[in-house]
Design a protein around this ligand. Structure first.
Ligand code: TYD
Length: 203
């Protein structure tokens, strides 16, 4: 099973993904927790360059291609082998982040993004995607309060982050069978409970 977490900055994706991993571990399930951009040594190198520096240091197209390069390595070296071995894979962000950030919000051709994605994965999609939805004002404040040098996207203005939020909600609406939207303003434990309940219904 392949599970992804999506959402804007500071919505609590990483915390929820970590708690979900613990839940699977305690149930004796073999699970891999990973993230994008990153997840493999090569993709983590690309992450560093993508998430640091000034917002306009590379163009949207170059940026989109870099995310896809990182995704190809991540898919081939980590996600696909784990899924083939029967493990549960949880990824903190995945291709929908490219569709939202580079596609819908920065105007890169979404068909191109999806075509390359399908080529990389042979059309395999996540089984379940949890969108943690939160007002960007709250998410950004949380994100900037963290001790973090990866602030290239946090430097974009608030209207960009509002667009990101709307774009994720649009995707969730487009793929209702894959997506579950969760209210990111709920307590951490309450969100995790909703996810676990959803998974028990799902499986
Ligand atoms: P991350 O550390 O996941 O963000 P968060 O602040 O939510 O913990 O940083 C990833 C950043 O990269 C985030 O700003 C979104 C962006 N991104 C894209 O623009 N496209 C992509 O395909 C991916 C995977 C991430």
């Amino acid at each position: 099973m392949f599970i992804t977490f999506e959402g804007g900055e500071g919505t609590g994706k990483s915390v929820q993904a970590g708690l979900l991993k613990d839940f699977f571990l305690s149930a004796g399930v073999d699970v891999v927790l990973t993230r994008e951009p990153g997840g493999t040594p090569f993709a983590e190198e690309i992450r560093k360059t993508l998430l640091t520096g000034e917002p306009d240091k590379i163009t949207p197209l170059t940026e989109a291609l870099m995310y896809l390069v990182a995704r190809a390595d991540h898919w081939e070296r980590k996600i696909k082998p784990a899924l083939n071995a029967g493990k549960v894979v949880i990824s903190d962000r995945f291709h929908d982040s490219s569709v939202v950030y580079q596609g819908i919000c920065k105007g890169v051709d979404i068909n191109m993004l999806n075509m390359v994605y399908s080529y990389i994965t042979n059309n395999q999609e996540p089984d379940r995607t949890y969108l943690i939805d939160l007002a960007p004002e709250i998410g950004l404040a949380r994100s900037l309060a963290r001790d973090n040098s990866e602030t290239r996207f946090e430097k974009m203005d608030i209207s960009f982050h509002r667009k990101v939020r709307e774009a994720f909600l649009e995707l969730a609406h487009k793929y209702p069978n894959r997506y579950l939207v969760l209210d990111g303003s709920l307590p951490i434990a309450a969100i995790q409970e909703l996810i676990r309940n959803d998974l028990s219904d799902f499986s």
